[in-house]
Design a protein around this ligand. Sequence first.
Ligand SMILES: NC(=O)c1ccc[n+]([C@@H]2O[C@H](COP(=O)([O-])OP(=O)(O)OC[C@H]3O[C@@H](n4cnc5c(N)ncnc54)[C@H](O)[C@@H]3O)[C@@H](O)[C@H]2O)c1
Length: 318
Amino acid sequence: MILITGCAGFIGYHLSLRLLKINKKILGIDNLNSYYDKTLKIDRLKQLKKFKNFKFFNLDLTDYKKTYKNVKNKFFSTIIHLAAQPGVRYSFLNPSLTLYNNLNSFNNIIEISRLKNIKKFIYASSSSVYGEVKKIPFSENDISIKPISIYGASKLSNEIIASAYSKNYKLNCFGLRFFTVYGPYGRPDMAYYSFALKNLRNQKIELYNNANMFRDFTYIDDVVSAIIKIINLKNTSNSNQIFNIGKGKPDKLKDLVYSLEKRLGNKFNIYYKKFIPKGDIKKTYSNNKKIRQILKWSPKVSLDKGIEKFVYWFKKRH
Ligand SMILES: NC(=O)c1ccc[n+]([C@@H]2O[C@H](COP(=O)([O-])OP(=O)(O)OC[C@H]3O[C@@H](n4cnc5c(N)ncnc54)[C@H](O)[C@@H]3O)[C@@H](O)[C@H]2O)c1
């Protein structure tokens, strides 16, 4: 059985669904919090519950005693920890809530992984750990990285703790630095989704740094394929690995806007802003040589194709 935390979240849902379709047994944990529209989480969960191999616990991972009690008698081959408080901007406004969740949930689940002698502990990190690093594209080998957001700092702290667990207890840890993941059933707090909602309501959108921003948009199916390759990776003893999971080809924010306009069939009302919000960076760009070489992974979906798939789903939902 595989334990997936954050299974009602965007990435957790897609990963669980893909694994259930190939008959894997999944135990999903989520606290279904209301950081964004809770009905989206409930709808994702409804689909997962259709599979007899899926079991769900509504648990808050910051509660160590309760979480441990619920999983102590279960056997897991792998634990995949995706639950977290996401959002760079949210973390600027709510630093202590972000740190409380992202540090405590992580510390509790990695400790449970140790106690249960898990073969592989896979966890979500983020491209936000790179902050304003000068060397582009961002590489896992760059040790000069310094996050500039509280969210990025929480994720880098997770990586440091994983490194110590791996050294001290021979726990095989895999940290995945995701780069702007998007797609159907996505997160309404992220730009592509919130822009689509504003387009629907004829509301203005704001483009920061006069739209001179770039993101390495990575389609959800490509991300799930990468995680599955890590689950299947052999000979992983004494591992403490970090992987960038990014397309490796940043897109202009304007290209996102054009692609959304084209598929939604409605022009945006754009408000250009000079500044960049605190914690945000101008460009994210993943060096994905490592994952290409070790896992033979390559991204398949371009931004335009991915947005087409997102909008197809979005129109049905809204
Ligand atoms: N989506 C992206 O572009 C992206 C980029 C970089 C990193 N990440 C990371 O990937 C992971 C998954 O992201 P996502 O986009 O699916 O986010 P999400 O918010 O959709 O999913 C996270 C899920 O975790 C649950 N959760 C949060 N705190 C919890 C707790 N204490 N106990 C139990 N459940 C809890 C939430 O209810 C939610 O369903 C997160 O760790 C996020 O930080 C995502």
